[in-house]
Design a protein around this ligand. Structure first.
Ligand code: PXG
Length: 465
């Protein structure tokens, strides 16, 4: 396929017509968007022929890597057979049914929670809207309609629709849409580096930060609380990995007050943390599990909710018609691609690879970054990693946010052929799960190089303490 494009004409069309997500439109228009033209394995190329190692898997999606012909073939075959039919009006299709059964078989039973049912959407945001609908319907059906409040977390990300952005705790998003919508509130995140008391151990902090949920429940009134929603590891918030004591305490609290637990695994499922679903890693028992992104490795949009038996039983047996769904719920092409994607993951044992091989290898290499003069802390969990850039390595004093040191580092990354994201001064990665050891080495060398270049800038500009 011809991937040669005239960069300037595409940029001109782009700035004339395309309003990009989460973008300062005027600023982008003045500089021109980077035009990506092709991808293979773990690399993407732009229209100027520059090759970049994609340590973000697109946007946390491309778990099986780029250029998988089988996924294209699955879409092609399905488009010729049945490109679309709806799943309203007592109708189904073969891939959607097979995928639902496959997902149910992959979702482990924990304690008294099992997952036999799937509700489909086309994205993580829509899936979380569906969660709000299902949670509130569940409590209505149980005769507790006052249980409406859903508690999320500051700096959590659950999407960009009205409900998704409300469940998330991104203040910038709330400020622009009169959000959150009613009956959604938030507690602080379990981020030891920022939120711990002086000298507080990680374990103690884990228990204390989970306790903020109990405080919030009591403040609202337990009889009004419907659910708690959280990401197993906060992704878009900057790869915030909770202390190991956090999730067990959260489980104790939701059990104590009988509230539903929603595990938003849009980033963390499908091998990202070394398990098909991340609740298994942390050992907690969700009632609803949001998925999207890597279910198709991002090759085509698909999302959904794994509906646990506790909720499914009530919705099925007592619910009557559920007045909610999307044109593309159970889209046959998206579901066919998901099946092919899961087949690749199984054949190549990608989940076990993260758990036993490349996850531990990345952890070892990434930990070495904490020696770097700019790095205050560097951690991984499965195949995500985050490090924090600091002004003073001893006191862990942070940079003035106005300096945007993270963005400076991100600029060096792209300039040197690496895509790494900056969330404030946290630099984060989520590479494809197909990475070899030598590709991990290649990525780590680039990260070190870009940290060194950022250090030079910091020294030259007098940013260090
Ligand atoms: N939940 C989680 C945990 C997510 O990470 C969504 C829901 C929403 O999914 P959709 O498919 O509606 O976008 C996400 C999406 C970033 C970034 O900057 C992360 C996401 C989306 C856009 C940007 O890291 N995650």
């Amino acid at each position: 396929m011809n991937t040669v494009v005239d960069t300037q004409s595409i940029q001109a069309l782009d700035s004339a017509h395309f309003l990009h997500p989460f973008t300062d439109f005027k600023d982008l228009s003045s500089r021109g968007a980077r035009v990506m033209t092709r991808a293979q394995d773990i690399y993407v190329w732009d229209s100027e022929g520059k090759k970049v190692l994609d340590a973000m898997s697109g946007l946390w999606c491309v778990n099986v890597g780029y250029g998988r012909k089988e996924l294209a073939q699955a879409a092609y075959d399905q488009m010729l057979t049945l490109p679309y039919y709806n799943s309203f009006f007592q109708t189904t299709n073969v891939p959607a049914t097979q995928l639902a059964a496959k997902l149910a078989s992959l979702a482990p039973t924990v304690g008294d929670r099992s997952f036999e049912h799937v509700f489909y959407s086309s994205s993580g945001s829509e899936s979380n809207d569906s969660n709000v609908r299902m949670v509130r319907r569940y409590w209505d059906l149980l005769g507790q309609p006052v249980r409406k409040v859903i508690i999320g977390r500051v700096n959590g990300y659950h999407g960009s629709t009205m409900a998704g952005a409300s469940l998330g705790g991104m203040s910038g998003m709330h400020a622009q849409g009169d959000l959150p919508i009613p009956n959604i509130t938030h507690i602080e995140q379990p981020y030891h580096f920022e939120n711990a008391l002086p000298g507080e151990s990680i374990d103690d902090f884990g228990v204390r930060s989970a306790g903020w949920l109990e405080t919030k429940i009591l403040e609202i009134g337990p009889e009004k609380v419907a659910a708690f929603i959280a990401e197993p590891v906060q992704g878009a918030g900057g790869v915030i990995i909770p202390p190991s004591t956090y999730w067990p305490e959260i489980q104790r609290i939701v059990d104590k007050y009988g509230i539903l637990l929603i595990s938003d695994e849009v980033i963390c499922a499908f091998g990202r943390l070394g398990h098909w679903f991340a609740y298994e890693k942390f050992g907690y028992k969700p009632d609803l599990v949001t998925f999207a992104k890597a279910v198709t490795s991002g090759y085509i949009p698909l999302g959904g909710v794994m509906v646990g038996n506790r909720v499914a039983k009530v919705l099925i047996e007592q619910g009557g018609e559920f007045n909610h769904g999307y044109t593309y719920s159970g889209h046959p092409v998206a579901c066919a691609v998901a099946l092919a994607n899961i087949e690749i993951m199984e054949r190549e044992s990608l989940v076990a690879r993260v758990h036993d091989d490349i996850g531990p290898y990345l952890a070892k290499k990434f930990a070495e970054l904490s020696e770097h003069p700019l790095v205050g802390e560097a951690q991984t969990c499965g195949f995500v990693g985050g490090l924090v850039l600091v002004k003073n390595k001893t006191s862990l004093e942070k940079f003035d946010p106005n300096l945007s040191v993270g963005m400076v580092c991100r600029g060096h990354c792209f300039g040197n052929g690496l895509i790494m994201r900056a969330v404030g001064d946290r630099m984060i990665i989520a590479p494809p799960l197909t990475m070899t050891h030598s590709q991990i080495d290649e990525m780590m060398a680039l990260i070190v190089k870009c940290l060194d270049l950022t250090l030079v800038d910091a020294k030259n500009n007098g940013w260090l303490a």
